[in-house]
Design a binder for this molecule. Structure first.
Ligand code: ATP
Length: 234
């Protein structure tokens, strides 16, 4: 049996007075790719932000590798070895590629070396002195993923990495995510793009109105395609 790396029970979260997550439950097995699917506004991003301690009020249980993190600060949570790549990518547009890569603190042993980053993302080496704003959307996404690999985290939370990218770049990002899995990373992926998500995910959870309402293993997708596309409204 695969070990559970992230175990989420009855996670609730609020933005001010708005109660957004109403009790989210799911598990992320170590070394696997798990996706959170759902329509706009379902609560997927809020789930990632809550795991990272980036919402002011949250309750329930988020156990990472056996450590309860619900009462930890965002910094303390990052130090348990989780990294978050937000939808808006979070790179510094005034800095060049190399500066962006060198900036994130290495919070744990095992952060990827510059050489390994360039092996995985050769394009970033050739674009080293280009400013963040001069990069294409795909290059920015690669830089954003590369940055979190510097941190030494083994659990990566990726929020819609394919958003706004051309199909050929989407495919390339998919290959990178597969390679990260092959290297032992555990990935929690939020996606609107189901065709992309289904190629990568080992397990899929459907989020609706701030709750997980269904779960599908990779093998269950084919026989549940109509149900899933119904959930997603695609
Ligand atoms: P999307 O793909 O559109 O980001 P999502 O499933 O990730 O969808 P969330 O971003 O988690 O959804 O949003 C969940 C709900 O929380 C939505 O109703 C949204 O309007 C609300 N919300 C998100 N951010 C805030 C905020 N900063 N303040 C108040 N409400 C928010």
């Amino acid at each position: 049996m695969t070990e559970t790396l992230l175990d989420i029970k009855n996670l609730q979260a609020w933005y001010g007075e708005s109660h957004i997550l109403h009790g989210v439950n799911f598990e992320v097995p170590k070394g696997r790719i798990v996706t959170l699917l759902g329509r706009n506004g379902a609560g997927k991003t809020t789930t990632l932000r809550s795991i990272m301690g980036l919402v002011r009020k949250r309750t329930g249980s988020v156990a990472h590798d056996g450590t309860e993190t619900i009462r930890l600060s965002a910094n303390q949570i990052a130090r348990t070895g989780i990294a978050y790549c937000p939808e808006e990518r979070g790179i510094f547009s005034s800095l060049n590629v190399k500066e962006n890569l060198m900036l994130p603190p290495i919070i744990r042993d095992g952060g990827m070396s510059e050489e390994r980053i360039y092996e995985l993302f050769p394009i970033l080496k050739t674009r080293g002195s280009s400013q963040g704003t001069k990069l294409s959307g795909g290059e920015q996404q690669m830089l954003a993923i590369a940055r979190i690999l510097r941190s030494g985290a083994q659990l990566l939370l990726l929020d819609e990495p394919t958003e706004g990218l051309a199909p050929v770049i989407v495919q390339h990002i998919g290959e990178i995510i597969k390679r990260l899995k092959a290297e032992g990373f555990t990935i929690l992926l939020v996606e609107q793009n189901f065709r992309f998500a289904e190629k990568l995910g080992d397990v899929h959870y459907v989020v609706e109105h701030g709750e997980v309402i269904d779960r599908f293993e990779r093998e269950e997708i084919a026989s549940n395609r109509d149900k899933i596309t119904g959930y997603l409204g695609v």
